[in-house]
Design a protein around this ligand. Sequence first.
Ligand code: NI
Ligand code: MN
Length: 220
Amino acid sequence: MVKITFYGHACFSITDGSTVLLTDPYLTGNPMAAAGPDEVDADYILVTHGHGDHVGDTPAIAKRTGAKIITPVEIGRALFSGFSCLPCNLGGTIRLPFGSVKLIPAIHGSGVPGALACGFVISVGGKKICHLGDTALTKDFELLAQEQIDVLLAPVGDVYTMGPDDAARAAGMIRPKLAVPMHYGTFPALVQDPEPFIHACEDQRIPARVLHPGDHIDID
Ligand code: NI
Ligand code: MN
């Protein structure tokens, strides 16, 4: 079983009961955060790109927990020097004791000159979770259908990323067993209501579910 907990924005904890992966831990300064940086556990911290709402509390959490950081190599060099970053970049898969993490392209600025933003396909506990990071819609998402994703974490907030309509089109290409919206409602500029995304997924026979900050799902 894999447990996925939403802490707000693009921050999720994903665990098979022993290893804990934490994504984009923007907690301090996030008005919607369900936990503080001292309250979350991590063996690995996955950072999709260098914008502040994704880097967040990564240094403080890595220092406290000793977690290894998984992020494109240029972002690691620029933002996390002195921390343990696993060398990797887009297209690559890192094999780790719990499973693997593959870095996939995201259409988005990385915040670090020369670096690209990414998403992640995480294999853990026999499940595949896809965190798209911040991204625009791209037809390349069709390639992810072959990954047979169990849970898709998709940005729907618009303005900086896909909005609900494009995110539902992305889900339609990826065909996950479950789609979960993220990266909305955090700031006034972002879309506040995830329901249009949920309905647009269901119209395509893709189960979709809203997680409020603090909610979790168990994937059997
Ligand atoms: Ni961003
Ligand atoms: Mn963002």
